[in-house]
Design a binder for this molecule. Structure first.
Ligand code: IDP
Length: 137
């Protein structure tokens, strides 16, 4: 079951020089392909679309501030069960709860600054790919 997923390496990952490490982990999974990769700085409008489900929550404003505080790396990753697979590589939202060996578990401490976004379902992937890579959706 080949799928596509949207991955964002968040501004903390770019600032800390961890993009190569994280992309390497994705590339080493057999058969997965990176089919788009772009460094870009996100504006509020894009983030409001992307995080629509979180608008109004207490962590929303600081999240938008953080996510627009510097460039992110946006990727499309394609391959077998890649949606569930990248979520597994990332680990749970809270990096302290994330197991060592996962990206968040190995490198994160703060819930907001948890290094990576990855679509959580086929529906989310389709919606998010339209936002970040409209010409590829
Ligand atoms: P996910 O990125 O693991 O799918 P979501 O619940 O969709 O997690 O939350 C989106 C992002 O918002 C998280 O990755 C994290 O950066 C931030 N976030 C979520 N919950 C909290 C919180 O309770 N405090 C601060 N930031 C949060």
């Amino acid at each position: 079951m080949s799928q596509r997923t949207l991955v964002l390496l968040k501004p903390d990952a770019v600032r800390r020089g961890l993009t190569g490490e994280i992309i390497g982990r994705i590339e080493r999974k057999a058969g997965w392909q990176i089919t788009a990769l772009e460094l870009r700085t996100l504006d509020r409008a894009t983030l409001e679309q992307h995080y629509a489900e979180h608008v109004g929550k207490p962590f929303y404003e600081p999240l938008v501030e953080f996510m627009s505080s510097g460039p992110v790396v946006a990727l499309i990753v394609e391959g077998e069960r890649v949606i569930e697979g990248v979520r597994q590589l990332a680990g749970p939202t809270d990096p302290i709860a994330a197991a060592p060996g996962s990206i968040r578990g190995d490198f994160g401490v703060i819930v907001r600054e948890n290094l990576i976004h990855a679509s959580d379902s086929e529906e989310s992937a389709e919606r998010e790919l339209k936002i970040f890579f409209p010409s590829r959706a």
